[in-house]
Design a protein. Sequence first.
Length: 140
Amino acid sequence: MRIGEVARQADVSVRALRYYEEQELLHAERSSGGQRHYPDSAVARVRLIQQLFAAGLSSRSVREVLPCVDSGTAAPGLLDHLEAERARISERITDLTAARDRLDAVIANTRNPPPECTHHPEQVTPAPADRPAEGRDHAA
């Protein structure tokens, strides 16, 4: 599969694929003309790389994890590192869930304000992005 096709199917840029190769996260065969050719498994690999980056792992950590995915084994030291990454991700999920729950409460209160609420949405002027809105309580 050529680089453009992998990029399209994985929904990433060609530049990202080149970066992954540079970081030794993805490998391609080269034709005699120098064109990259990827195995069909490259799309799934790129999606995994994207997930690991989205979870906050560094290129170095991703490079260490990928062989474990392929072989199903990990050295004890690496296993400790993976467990630490997993704990960090779990903490991040907890924090993000709390933030989402807070936003849900703000949305619910805005759509159905309690009777004691004296603010009316039509009276609040949106603030510029660089400062908080006047008349709004940001500590929901």
